[in-house]
Design a protein around this ligand. Structure first.
Ligand code: NAP
Length: 467
């Protein structure tokens, strides 16, 4: 894939970039490794000062970077501004909390006495240079939720961003540089995916995190496994959105629209499969379908736009194939189902609701990365849970109910990294984020996220150590 900014709203190539050659890649690897030597010994206060400065700069740049993101990958510009604001919030949160999250742990003396220790502690140290392979869909947020904790922990970062968001990728390096982080602490590598393996195998790279598709995750994890390097994988999702009879059905239907079409439907944690109890089905379907139909599809730089184009022509073709396969096997379109009229130059697709989904349809098991919802009617909670779990993915899940017993059952039985009741899944700096099954492993955000790229060092003191 060429490294280029191609506006998905009209297909125009705006800028192209040459990939780094081997020499420049080597120079940057060496710089990252060198920078780790000093960065790991800086104080949390010093790192926090720089991280807060970066957050302030990002706030100042919000309008401009939002337009860049929108131009590169097509998200509505109002959502792009919100993404930038969310990044600044996460940066400040880690600046304020990293020291607490990585504070030494002191096991009970009584528990460790028979190890011969007079005392012991667990001390968190950074791992080193971490390679981050990132996707285009939240081009700032996906990177920042890695970079803020990683840099605060004392690691250094190398970013291999998706090839269609090079200007956002370069902006992030520039942001950390302007904030005062020393050279080499955070760098962008403009390289294609074929060059990732060599970087990952380099002995100076300690670990990798990848957010993206399953094939990309499998590839990076297998190389890392071969090198015995730690990885965190945040992969695809096909989150269920379960609506049960005690729910506020109107609110559930209104939220469902946002949950499905956020980011033009290209979010890993978007609700994708709507599983509705038969007692609530008709009311939910009517309101949800009306809401999807009422969305404004158009130029993502317009403030009034709800849904912009898909990020690439290929992305739209993949989505169209899934819908065509479902229709050929008997699915019914309740709204949408094609390209919107009058928007021929960009890669637009109508907000779509399909019902009559059966297990032989690809859309039943594959991720729909665009504004297409599948709707299922179920007789009871057992059927809802079975259907919710009938997917290779396990990122998050949403359940609408007022019944505490049903909530407990869902927490026990839904195979996902999150269960969100009476609201839609969203990430938050203080809450861990990640999946199970084919959605990946490891966690980002909160204390779990910052500790992923740390060496939890056991420190054991024998008799005489306290002299
Ligand atoms: P993608 O094609 O997997 O690309 C993601 C990143 O991986 C890009 O930087 C890409 O580089 C790189 N890449 C692709 N193949 C690779 C390989 N074989 N070896 C090394 N690197 C490789 O995914 P995408 O289309 O950008 O993003 C959509 C997917 O990401 C969806 O499945 C979505 O659900 C998932 N996602 C998951 C989360 C989460 O938190 N769980 C969040 C957002 C998105 P190039 O661009 O150069 O190919």
């Amino acid at each position: 894939m060429p490294i280029a900014t191609v506006n998905p709203a009209n297909g125009e190539t705006l800028r192209t970039f040459d990939a780094l050659d081997e020499r420049e890649t080597e120079r940057r690897l060496a710089a990252a490794h060198r920078a780790f030597h000093d960065h790991r010994t800086t104080t949390f206060a010093e790192r926090a000062r720089l991280m807060n400065r970066a957050a302030d700069l990002l706030d100042e740049d919000q309008q401009e970077i939002a337009r860049t993101m929108t131009t590169e990958m097509g998200k509505p510009v109002k959502a792009a501004r919100a993404e930038a604001a969310k990044c600044a919030k996460a940066m400040r949160w880690y600046a304020a909390n990293a020291e607490r999250l990585l504070a030494d742990e002191h096991p009970d003396e009584a528990d460790v006495k028979d190890s011969g220790a007079t005392r012991a502690r667990v001390h968190y140290r950074p791992l080193g240079v971490v390679l981050a392979v990132m996707p285009w869909n939240f081009p700032l947020w996906q990177v920042m939720r890695f970079a803020a904790p990683a840099l605060m922990a004392g690691n250094t970062g190398l970013l291999k961003h998706a090839s269609n968001v090079p200007q956002t990728a370069l902006y992030i390096e520039d942001l950390f540089t302007r904030a005062g982080f020393p050279a080499g602490v955070f760098q962008t590598l403009l390289i294609g995916s074929g060059a990732v393996e060599a970087v990952l195998r380099d002995p100076r790279v300690a670990a990798a995190t990848l957010t993206g598709s399953e094939p990309a995750g499998r590839s990076v994890a297998s190389v890392a496994g071969d090198e015995v390097k730690k990885t965190v994988l945040e992969l695809g999702g096909s989150d269920p959105y379960v609506v049960l009879p005690s729910a506020d059905v109107e609110k559930a239907a209104d939220t469902a629209v946002t949950a499905r079409v956020q980011n033009n439907g290209q979010s890993c944690i978007a609700a994708k499969r709507f599983i509705v109890h038969t007692d609530a089905y008709d009311a939910f379907t009517e309101r949800f379908t009306a809401g999807m139909r009422a969305l404004t599809v158009g130029d993502p730089l317009e403030e009034s736009t709800d849904v912009g184009p898909l990020s690439s022509e290929q992305g739209r073709a993949d989505l169209e194939e899934l819908v065509e396969d479902a229709l050929a096997k008997g699915a019914t379109v309740l709204c949408g189902g094609g390209r919107p009229a009058g928007l021929d130059r960009g890669w637009f697709y109508e907000p779509t609701v399909l019902t009559g989904i059966t297990p032989d349809m690809r859309i039943h098991r594959e991720e729909t990365f665009g504004p297409v919802a599948t709707l299922y009617r179920v007789a009871d909670l057992d059927e809802a849970v079975d259907l919710a779990n009938d997917t290779p993915f396990g990122l998050s899940s949403n359940v609408w109910t007022r019944d505490a017993g049903e909530m407990d059952r869902c927490v026990r039985d839904l195979e996902a990294g999150g269960v969100f009741f009476n609201g839609m899944t969203a990430s938050h700096p203080a809450l861990p984020f990640g999946g199970v099954k084919r959605s990946g492993y490891g966690r980002e955000l909160a204390g779990h996220g910052i500790r992923e790229f740390c060496n939890a060092t056991t420190v054991w003191y024998g008799p005489g150590s306290d002299a």
